[in-house]
Ligand binder design. Structure first.
Ligand code: ADP
Ligand code: MG
Length: 695
């Protein structure tokens, strides 16, 4: 019976969480820490020293010998550098030491993380600072301390700092609105996030045989297998034994780290799965999602599997995304996107809803840009993931409410037909019971918005920074208007009605995958930024720069640096993929096709001596020869496309990669995939889609 897992007992056992702190720290230290969290003030050094000592004792009892400042540079993944606790005593022995100074501040030699020009080489140092609102934990023999990462000049070089800033901003503006509705208790508004993570699992031995998977995380070649996902026999299907033992192991590791892993199931594509945790505050959710991705990879290796987090590992089968469920709640846990039971609660709900709708419409391009990447370009608009056009799905009931508020303004007899929003008159809003629209990029699902455009490998920080900042902006504007109003009810009515009327174009309930929607969206003036190269220039438009700087989320330099980094990442990824294709085509595909052709030619020669018919061989030889020539030409064309890339700014270069290199890659792949279909399998140099997906 010893292998029965006592989940409540192990849950969070590797985390220096609040309960552990309370238990392990002196009560005045614990209280000082709590105060700092509540007020956002700096921790006095003596308190930091006490916490560091408590952490060290706890961590070494858990087997830790090292500590690391864990941070989230702009690569989208996390980084760590480990220092041991040892300190010499002068007589050849050591003791384990960890000071408050080491806890709160680090100085990793981090000159090779992308900085988008924020950091010149002469001031290459980056600094890390403890984020006391996130919990430290022990993993693989090290004490992990979540930190922010910034430059010598104090500019943020990471994803955590702007996220924390955006969490503060939206809280501040939301509290202003709550005060107007008579809520005097709420001190903070919390941003809640639940991120559903999709991923693929492949057998390690097959993965190892494919250079494209190893170098780029996706297949760059591969003919379609005879069977795809058309039978829908994988979605929610029985989980393979190897996979379920992986999932069991994964859950245990995540639970030990206090991560609320809740749901696991097979996804639509063969070999595709999903993990959903229970939602938590945005900062923790972001840390947790990074840990989930990291531990998925490590844990898969232990089970002789490889976890692919790429957005589109296989052409022709569903890609992987990440659904970011987002809402706002008071510090006492009241969800602000929950339609209430009383007219007054509903009026408040409608203010938040109207602010959201107005903000998403005004800043649709900003939100779109936060999920622009080379990998995600294969999904958005690909007819399986949401389109690249941002729109909001509200569901029938809420749609009806919004419509009647908008229409009401046009009626001549307001008293009779106007749906009034004033705090005493609005009728109860029924809870939505309609089916959710899976094609919508941003769906209201009862008490939260589900943002579905995120790619599976991306950090969830980007879109949550955008959602919080956009929301802070609109709530702030609403609060400005309402605080000044002489008649609150009237001002409220006007404000909500105006916002919904002006921005209803962003609301869409139909099929987001259809061409008709593309046309309709264009008529509505919605932006359709269908690729990273097209999207990113819009990221740094004046309106967005003003938004993020006004709220202190980014300085203009920090914001522009991110734009550069995203473009550079895109350019590098496409470049690596293109060069990998050339390499595989020249060194693997072409030789395999030629080798098989020679065998066929030998056969023809032998048969001709006997006068035996050889129509099969000669037909195949002709096809193979035609397509090997075409492959050769396609390789040359791709090499040429790469060689004439100008030395230009990253934005110009991205356009060239998009317009010249990617089409040449697609042409090369088409020829290679035809050759795969013509060639004897025993000659083919790497596992096919059938091998990989139906092992
Ligand atoms: P699905 O979208 O697959 O139907 P659910 O609606 O149950 O699944 O929830 C998906 C995710 O949304 C889960 O991570 C869940 O914890 C999270 N979630 C639920 N309520 C909220 C909320 N108020 N704010 C943010 N996330 C939430
Ligand atoms: Mg979902």
């Amino acid at each position: 019976m010893s292998d029965i897992l006592n989940v409540p007992e192990i849950f969070g056992s590797d985390v220096f969480n609040e309960a552990t702190m309370q238990q392990r720290l002196r009560s005045d230290t614990y209280r000082a820490w709590k105060d700092c969290i509540a007020t956002g003030s700096q921790l006095p050094l003596d308190v930091a020293n006490d916490i560091a000592e408590g952490m060290k004792i706890w961590a070494t009892e858990k087997g830790a010998t090292h500590y690391t400042h864990w941070f989230q540079p702009m690569t989208g993944i996390t980084a760590e550098k480990h220092d041991s606790f040892i300190s010499p005593t002068g007589d050849g022995r050591v003791i384990m030491e960890f000071s408050g100074k080491e806890l709160v501040r680090g100085e990793p030699d981090a000159s090779s993380f992308p900085s988008g020009g924020l950091r010149a080489t002469f001031e290459a140092r980056g600094y890390t600072a403890w984020d006391p609102t996130a919990c430290a934990f022990v993993k693989d023999g090290s004490l992990y301390i979540p930190t922010c990462f910034f430059s010598y000049t104090g500019e943020s070089l990471d994803k955590k700092t702007p996220l924390l800033r955006s969490i503060e901003e939206v809280s501040r503006e939301a509290v202003r609105i709550l005060r107007l509705f008579g809520d005097m208790e709420t001190r903070r508004v919390v941003c809640s996030v639940g991120a559903e993570q999709e991923y693929f699992l492949l057998p390690k031995d097959l993965y190892a045989q494919r250079e494209d998977l190893r170098l780029t995380g996706r297949t760059l070649f591969g003919a379609q297998p005879p069977k795809g996902q058309e039978l829908d026999d994988h979605y929610f299907g029985t989980i393979r034994t190897r996979v379920s033992s992986f999932m069991k192991d994964l859950d245990e590791q995540l639970w030990r780290l206090g991560i609320l892993s809740k749901t696991k199931h097979n996804e639509g594509a063969p070999c595709q799965h999903e993990l959903a945790p229970i939602y938590t505050n945005a900062n923790t959710a972001c840390d947790d999602n990074q840990l989930i991705m990291m531990i998925m990879k490590k844990c898969a290796a232990k089970h002789n599997l490889v976890c692919l987090l790429h957005e589109k590992p296989f052409a022709g089968v569903n890609g992987s995304g990440k659904h970011n469920n987002w809402s706002l709640a008071t510090d006492s846990g009241k969800n602000l996107f929950s339609p209430g039971k009383t007219p007054s609660q509903n009026a408040q709900f409608l203010v938040f809803l109207a602010a959201f709708i107005q903000g998403i419409d005004e800043y649709q391009d900003f939100l779109r840009c936060t999920v622009a990447s080379a990998g995600n370009d294969h999904r958005l608009g690909g007819g399986e993931a949401p389109p690249a056009i941002v729109s909001i799905f509200l569901g029938d009931e809420l749609d009806g409410v919004v419509r009647s508020i908008i229409d009401g303004t046009n009626y001549t007899e307001p008293a009779k037909s106007l749906l009034r929003i004033g705090v005493d008159v609005l009728p109860a809003i029924p809870k939505d019971t309609t089916d959710r629209n899976r094609t919508s990029p941003l769906a209201f699902t009862g008490n939260k918005f589900e943002f579905r455009m995120l790619g599976s490998s991306q950090s969830i920080a980007g879109p949550n920074i955008a959602l919080n900042t956009i929301m802070a902006e609109e709530l702030g504007r609403f609060a400005d208007a309402l605080e000044k109003a002489e008649n609150f009810d009237e001002a409220l009515q006007k404000l909500v009605c105006q916002a919904l009327t002006d921005h209803s174009r962003i609301i869409f309930s139909g099929n987001g995958y259809s061409d008709a929607w593309k046309e309709e969206a264009a008529r509505r003036g919605l932006s359709n930024l269908s690729s990273t190269a097209e999207a990113l220039p819009a990221y740094v438009c004046d309106k967005n720069v003003e938004l993020v700087t006004r709220h202190g989320i980014f300085t203009e330099n920090e914001f522009r640096a991110r734009h550069t980094i995203h473009l550079e990442a895109y350019n590098k990824i496409v470049n690596i993929e293109a060069r990998t294709m050339v390499d595989m085509a020249v060194h693997q595909i072409l030789p395999a096709a030629l080798h098989y052709t020679r065998t066929l030619c030998d056969s023809v020669a032998g048969k001709e001596r006997l006068g035996a018919p050889c129509r099969a061989e000669t037909t195949l030889i002709r096809s193979l020869s035609y397509h090997t020539d075409a492959l050769y030409d396609a390789v040359e064309a791709l090499k040429k496309a790469l060689s004439i890339l100008p030395k230009a700014d990253p934005e110009t270069l991205a356009a060239k990669y998009h317009n010249r290199v990617i089409p040449a890659m697609q042409a090369l792949r088409a020829e290679a995939d035809i050759l795969e279909e013509l060639t004897d399998k025993s000659y083919w140099p790497y596992p096919t889609y059938s091998d990989l997906l139906f092992y």
